[in-house]
Design a protein around this ligand. Structure first.
Ligand code: LLP
Length: 419
């Protein structure tokens, strides 16, 4: 359920017609709905009620916009961060340091120090090497950070290969059968407070089965560790719940997810932690674009829009589907390819797709672009960096500027010897 609906023949974001937003802010532009973000945050929290003690941390990578993070902080979400940059954003948005989890396979020593200085709630470490390095840095700084060990359960998440993270060959976590020895070794370090296990097997998961399989393995590990006399008070179950992108795609509901988690973790007696990204932000954003022209071709025509692969990269990166919907549909449809102006064939949003009939000058949206949308944007082809707008009822505001090519050029230099 989202708040991008047709009213009087015009698509609205909450109370505002998208035609008005296009007029004010130009296109392409990302539009977020605050009501949708809040609703998703509440639905996910509600769904996990049966699971007992729960800590929710929004995966900042999905949508790091400060306004978005502010809304989620107000909803009581902490933050899952993977860089010093994300950590600073979360702090700036008002997330309490103790509600921040630092994930990621490549934290640098500087980033570890920064996390320790700011007093974040937990580091999720992903290797023996990282554990030893963090122990040394924490000892130097006289701190004992809370640590979860991320395990790799070798489970196939049945999602796109580029966003699958829980197979043995992926770079993430430590092999689950090596975890007991490493956990024991790190628990003996006086500068680490080893308190839990973390797992995340991938993103855009459309079935609960691989999650249940992974969580089952984690449950066994928790028992093993306790059997060794080790403390496990927290388990971070990651993110990963999918959202509907294409027609007919039905991801598990948060309620079904919550029920599964409650059942599998019933006897664990831990605080469960979650790092949802897409399920909170995905449907809370669209990319609004204008049709530049409709180019006739041998087969179906090419609808050339002013948004491109640099603005919404998911189709080019993961062959992802984003629904394309006219802002003022006239009831007709057409078969077309949808492409952007960037000079490569990968700049294709859809091929041979049945879409609302559109003509040059018409507005349309790509739906479900609120997660991994603007944050993956670039300025390729010296295009502007796409702006972001937040709608909240009848309020709207630019929450990230369109950064034009001249501003980007101003940050470049030609060295003296070339002049
Ligand atoms: N926790 C960890 C450790 C993660 O690696 C991720 C996502 C999440 C949480 C959040 O997962 P979510 O709930 O959003 O599925 N750019 C790709 C997605 C990359 C996901 C990476 N990790 C895309 O556009 O599909």
């Amino acid at each position: 359920m989202d708040h991008f609906q047709l009213k009087n023949g015009v698509l609205h974001a909450e109370d505002i017609p998208l035609t008005e937003l296009a007029e004010i802010y130009g296109t392409p532009v990302y539009i977020y709905s605050a009501a949708t973000l809040r609703r998703h945050a509440q639905v996910f929290r509600e769904a996990l009620k049966p699971a007992g003690r729960v800590h929710l941390a929004f995966a900042v990578k999905a949508n790091p916009n400060l306004a978005v993070l502010n809304i989620l902080a107000d909803e009581g979400y902490g933050a899952d961060v993977v860089s010093a940059g994300e950590l600073n954003r979360a702090l700036q948005a008002g997330v309490a340091p103790e509600d921040i989890v630092f994930s990621g396979v490549g934290k640098t020593a500087d980033e570890m120090r920064h996390g320790l200085q700011t007093g974040i709630g937990q580091f999720n470490i992903e290797s023996a090497e990282e554990g030893h390095e963090l122990a040394a840095i924490a000892a130097e700084m006289g701190q004992t950070p809370a640590i979860a060990l991320r395990v790799n359960p070798d489970v196939d998440a049945a999602t796109h290969a580029k966003i699958s993270t829980g197979k043995a060959e992926n770079k993430f976590g430590v092999a689950i059968d090596q975890a007991p020895a490493l956990y024991a070794e790190l628990s003996a370090k006086p500068s680490l407070n080893m308190r839990g296990i973390a797992v995340h097997i991938g993103s855009q998961l459309l079935s609960l089965d691989p999650l249940e399989q992974a969580f089952g393995k984690v449950g066994d590990l928790v028992q093993t560790l306790r059997g060794q006399g080790l403390t496990v008070s927290h388990v971070d179950l990651g993110g990963g719940l999918g959202v509907p992108y294409a027609p007919g795609e039905v991801p598990p509901s948060p309620a079904d997810y919550g029920a599964m988690v409650a059942r599998v973790t019933r006897d664990w007696d831990v605080t469960l932690m979650f790092e949802p990204g897409r399920v909170i932000a995905g449907n809370a954003g669209v990319m609004l674009t204008r049709v530049i022209r409709v180019k006739q071709a041998l087969g179906n025509p090419f609808v050339v829009v002013d948004g491109a692969m640099n603005d919404l990269a998911r189709p080019a990166l993961y062959d992802a589907w984003h629904d394309f919907v006219a802002v003022q549909p006239n009831g007709e449809t057409m078969a077309a390819h949808i492409v952007g102006p960037v000079c490569e064939t990968g700049d294709t949003f859809a091929r041979d797709r049945e879409i609302d009939a559109v003509a040059a000058g018409d507005l349309a949206i790509f739906r479900t672009a609120g997660a991994y949308g603007a944050t993956l944007a670039s300025t390729y082809n010296s295009r502007a960096l796409v702006p972001e707008v937040l709608v909240d009822g009848s309020n709207h505001a630019l929450v990230a500027d369109r950064i034009d090519p001249a501003t980007i050029m101003a940050a470049e230099r030609v060295p003296e010897w070339l002049k």
